[in-house]
Design a protein around this ligand. Structure first.
Ligand SMILES: [Zn+2]
Length: 336
């Protein structure tokens, strides 16, 4: 096994298993969840206490870093079975949650790197169906994503949505055909509701929120609220993308049965309540989950008013502050 000649920077991480126990037949693309250079990614993976690494990393400037030789298994995807057979690639983000956008230069470098990995390892074509059930069936799908193995949004909605494009571009360069995915029938709206248009104000009935229209598992759940339809997917089980009209930020993709056109109906009222913060420092986040950026912190163990609840990554329950400052984990509070 060789390494890519496209590498601009190398800082090998001690966090890996030598050698890998499987041939390379899979590529797993990750997002860094930050705008890191290849040098910064190398520094992140350097301490043994970090217990994490990737084979490659790509900065927003399109430069490529190497942290684990291809001959070895990186500690990247929360799955030994996956990482023993996969080349893992961390890509820097020039935007935040939930999209985790990557620059055009990084995307172009990613396509070049994937092409090079396929050529050197005898992978004839990249196959992507967005189907978690095909993990390990590399004759049908040889790209995997971190969110299938752990409760994470990685690789972010942007790179996830680019997987068909990445596969097609790599396959063009390899001279391989990209198999046409079978047509998917959009889920019709629930009976009794009319089809929605972009811009419609809807009542979200409460329930699961997904990071893409065909995601297998929910990223979080939210209570009832008024939302606006910002995108409609032509396929997938969760066809409507919603943002909150009540200051709750971007929700994500939801089932048709959860979004009713009757947006003028009053939302079932939530009774605000007081909590006392029990942690010395409690982060305030832009949304309900540790995957949202920190916007501030509470250090006074004070009493605060919660006006909405949601469940999300990293805590049993999240509460929205009346001040509008953001969301806090209710695990570090008690009812006041
Ligand atoms: Zn990841």
């Amino acid at each position: 096994m060789s390494n890519s000649k496209l590498v601009d920077f190398t800082q090998l991480s001690p966090n890996c298993t030598k050698p890998r126990n499987h041939v390379i037949d899979t590529i797993t693309i990750h997002c860094v969840a930050g705008n890191c250079t290849v040098e910064t990614i190398g520094a992140i993976f350097a301490p043994t206490s970090r217990q994490a690494s990737s084979n490659y990393g790509i900065g927003s400037d399109g430069r490529i870093g190497q942290y684990v030789d291809e001959a070895n298994r990186s500690w990247c995807t929360s799955s030994g079975a996956n990482d023993h057979r996969a080349i893992t690639i961390e890509v820097a983000n020039d935007g935040g949650a939930p999209d985790w956008h990557v620059s055009d230069k990084a995307l172009a470098a990613l396509i070049d790197l994937c092409t090079d990995i396929c050529k050197r390892n005898g992978i004839k074509a990249l196959l992507w169906k967005g189907d978690k059930n095909l993990i390990g069936q590399v004759d049908k799908q040889n790209m995997t994503v971190h969110r299938w193995f752990a409760n994470k949004s990685c690789p972010g909605d942007y790179l996830y949505s680019k997987h068909p494009y990445i596969a097609a571009e790599v396959n063009k360069r390899l001279g391989a055909d990209t198999p046409t995915p079978p047509a998917q029938t959009p889920t019709p709206p629930a009976s009794g509701s009319t089809a929605l248009k972009v811009g419609d104000i809807v009542q979200f009935a409460g329930g699961s929120i997904y990071t893409s229209s065909n995601a297998a598992t929910a990223a979080q759940t939210r209570g009832k609220s008024r939302c606006k339809v910002t995108q409609i997917a032509s396929s997938g089980k969760h066809p409507y993308h919603l943002i909150s009209e009540d200051g709750g930020g971007v929700y994500g993709w939801v089932d048709a049965s959860n979004a009713s056109a009757d947006g003028t109906a009053p939302v079932a009222s939530f009774t605000p309540y007081l909590v006392q913060v029990t942690a010395d420092t409690l982060n305030i986040r832009k949304g309900a989950g540790t995957n949202y950026p920190v916007t501030g912190s509470i250090k006074d163990k004070g009493v605060y008013t919660i006006i909405e609840e949601a469940s999300g990554a990293g805590a049993t329950k999240w509460g929205k502050l009346k001040s509008g400052a953001g969301w806090i984990s209710l695990d570090y509070t008690k009812k006041a």
